[in-house]
Design a binder for this molecule. Structure first.
Ligand SMILES: O=P(O)(O)OC[C@H]1O[C@H](OP(=O)(O)OP(=O)(O)O)[C@H](O)[C@@H]1O
Ligand SMILES: Nc1nc2[nH]cnc2c(=O)[nH]1
Length: 183
């Protein structure tokens, strides 16, 4: 496995540098600070991928807020999505809260739509979403995010929380994985 990960890392294409990602986070935070200034939001970090984005975004946010996590995983360390596994649900009540869902990537949009619907089912009054990366697809998605950091073309990407088979979430940039060799 580690041979494959090393190969993926060495052959990956850098799409957005750390500096570009940090600038995108600044811009997202500015927009969120304006839109949710007086909303006392509950920030819901979508584990595991959202952990880096949430961790980087939170110190940039200036309003009063609380934090919780949700883990709805569709890829489960694979590169092709399947049905959603609800691993962790928030322990805080969502009732009457404005929720800000924070995730690393909006791809087909199935995960975000499921979490969005879940928040309303739990009694949230308003639900916003922030994703670091929006993948450009040639078909409609069931949901769009309110705050988007960067667009990427239709590659499998990793870095800034996004994994390749569970690894490379710690890459300090956004990379496109090239086709894996069978190693
Ligand atoms: O738009 P979609 O096609 O539904 O995919 C997006 C989701 O996929 C990834 O999660 P994943 O299921 O890989 O879990 P992870 O956060 O643990 O990596 C990512 O963090 C998003 O939550
Ligand atoms: N790491 C990663 N997770 C995803 N989940 C949905 N699409 C992607 C992707 O391109 N990369």
């Amino acid at each position: 496995m580690l041979n494959e990960i090393q190969h993926i890392q060495e052959t990956a294409q850098l799409l957005h540098t750390e500096r570009q990602v940090e600038a995108a986070l600044d811009t997202m935070a500015r927009q969120i600070n304006i839109a949710l200034a007086d909303k006392n939001p509950l920030v819901l970090c979508v584990m595991n991928g959202g952990i880096v984005v949430a961790g980087k975004l939170l110190p940039r946010l200036t309003m009063s807020l609380t934090l919780d996590a949700i883990n709805a995983s569709r890829y489960q360390n694979k590169t092709v999505g399947q049905t959603i596994a609800w691993v962790v649900k928030p322990s805080t009540t969502l009732k009457d809260r404005t929720v800000l869902i924070v995730d690393d990537i909006l791809d087909a949009g199935i995960t975000l739509k499921a979490i969005y619907d879940y928040c309303f089912e739990q009694g949230a009054t308003a639900v916003y979403s922030a994703v670091l990366v929006n993948k450009l697809l040639d078909h409609e998605k069931p949901i769009t995010a309110d705050f988007i950091g960067l667009d990427v073309e239709n590659h499998y990407v990793f870095g800034y929380g996004m994994d390749y088979k569970g690894y490379l979430r710690n890459a300090a940039g956004i990379y496109a994985a090239q086709q894996a060799q069978s190693l």
